[in-house]
Write a protein that binds this ligand. Sequence first.
Ligand SMILES: Cc1ncc(COP(=O)(O)O)c(C=O)c1O
Length: 387
Amino acid sequence: MSLKTQFLLDPNVIFLNHGSFGATPQPVFESYKHWQYRLEKQPVKFIGREIHSYLKNARQKLGEYLHIQPDDLVFIPNATFGVNILARSIKLKEGDEILTSDHEYGACENAWIFSCRKTGASLVRQPISLPITSFAQIVEQFWQGVTPRTKVIYISHITSPTALCMPVSEICKRARAAGIITIIDGAHAPGQMNIDLEDLGADFYVGNCHKWMLGAKGAGFLYASKEMQKIVEPLVVSWGWGDNSPYTTGSDFLDNLEWWGTKDPAAYLSIPAAIHFQEEHDWPSVRRECNQILRETLRRISELTGIPPIYPDANGYYYQMATAPLPAIDNLIEFKTQLYAQYQVEVPCLEWNEDPYIRISIQAYNSLEDINILLDALEQMLPNYQL
Ligand SMILES: Cc1ncc(COP(=O)(O)O)c(C=O)c1O
């Protein structure tokens, strides 16, 4: 499978952290640079007259990829930006609750805490305990956090610390019946798994193209269902807002959010190249092979540590990224630093609910050899650090 030569990554590094910031293949990076050159050749023509049709074309391609109409999504720089737009747009009041899980990403939680402090609403972190036994267990545990005050559900599609794929479709279905707004944080999902946003049934979905879709850095999107688009406000008020706009798409949702001052749109415009790269390289097979390597990695780590995996032995709980529990470790930061310093293994070691974990990402450029090096490193280092 290995498509390593297609990527710009340092060949001396065992790169097992695609999850943090992604990695872009050469042809996608070329497309990104191509758009930057075109802009610089005639900035006024490009930004002043042509950009909207280029953006429309890129939205069309991304819409097809996500199975939604292109006008229901807008480009944003990243998932954090999207959560901020929503946390400011939704009119919270004292006593309202935003229900989330205890597996969420800190920066996005901050966006909610910020809005809660201003409004008197509160963020409720519902525990989802490990090990996971079934999707039904997740839904039932999560739903115990719903109260008559729950106004919004904000939950990751694939969680950051635990790489767990949440049953978001079922949660959205229940929420719709209960009149609760749903916001799904898909920072990690597009690219790792097929996404059909129409079918998923969320009110809002924020996603990244620069992680698992292989896009250039600074490419994300915000989807809003047709009926919810009217409540979305611009985070930055610019030319797109109001009656004196020099250009309009005919959609306030797009106009308010797509243009907010001069910026480099090359990451958005190279998304079609990222989708094309996946098509050219039979991405369903790449994902399957990555998942098999990951499954084997979890098995070997579990054999080494004697600690069972956090997921059931079944499909759909993780895709190309998975988290394995580690034994209690003296100084996890130092442990991670040494993994890189001694073995050139780039992999996140993290604490979640006070327990240590290692989160492994497998992408098209990885091979079993990378895993052998990781396992050798763990085998040698763990006895020195284990408490
Ligand atoms: C679940 C989740 N949401 C949001 C983000 C933030 O992504 P970005 O920095 O691209 O906004 C991350 C980053 O890893 C994440 O894991």
